[in-house]
Design a binder for this molecule. Sequence first.
Ligand code: SAM
Length: 293
Amino acid sequence: MTLEAWMRQAGLARIDALVLLRELAGIGHATLLAHPEISLDAAALGPLDTAATRLRAGEPLAYVLGWREFYGLRFAVSPAVLVPRPETELLVDFALARTPHDGYATVLDLGTGSGAIAVAVAHARPQAEVWAVDSSADALRVAAANAQALLPRPRPGGPLLLLAGDWFAALPAAAPRFDLILGNPPYVAAGDPHLVALAHEPQLALVGRASADGLADIRRIVTMAPAHLAAGGWLALEHGHDQAAAVQALLRSAGLVAVQTRPDLAGIARLTLGQAPARARIRPNSGSSAPMT
Ligand SMILES: C[S@@+](CC[C@H](N)C(=O)[O-])C[C@H]1O[C@@H](n2cnc3c(N)ncnc32)[C@H](O)[C@@H]1O
């Protein structure tokens, strides 16, 4: 079968077909344009047709290829992890802006999945001590593989520590207080119609503890975060397009200050931040915005 014929019969968006040709058969766009008559042999056709069938069935391109680029790094992904999204790069931007290039900082990534956030931060800030938690053992295996493939060994600064468990309960008693606690936790409401289009991704990553407003996991994280933040440390959480006001209220009621929301590149309120008061101990889930001193 010629390249031109395969493009016609693949039944894919042109951009997806071009990516498959490039990634699975090593055939670039220029070759397709200059030599559409080139024949694809059986060794090339098999993987291309299998991939096209998976894409037509609605599987994300990242699962079909086995990778997705995030923050300029190629992360391995599998159906055990959420496909890292471009808007999540905001969390990494925030973390890097708050972490000195050559200085020490403690960073915690809650719900690390593929390890996208934690590995991107550790890659850009080798002196930082980065911890990452997930309750899915399968996801942690993917994160560990990405850490091994993408981070220099041995890291000159603190290691990237991967821990299994339920949010902060995964941390050992000796864990430090963190300068930055980052998270892209599950925030899709149970029964949200968007879940149909996301059926190939892990429901634990999308919905977590099912709740009508999608905020069950964010509530639990915000309640516990003050006990794990260093004085002046920041909690930064990604959330859904209509959740900013609710997340801001949660952060304020946990005693965090300088609470603010940042938009993603599409202008959608996406990332809400709050800071532990400097040189003050705050009461976890106090229900008051006044810090305890
Ligand atoms: C939305 S995904 C985010 C994955 C990754 N950080 C990213 O941004 O691409 C949420 C992650 O939280 C994990 N998770 C869900 N409930 C959890 C819990 N109770 N404790 C720890 N991790 C949890 C899921 O397994 C999933 O990997």
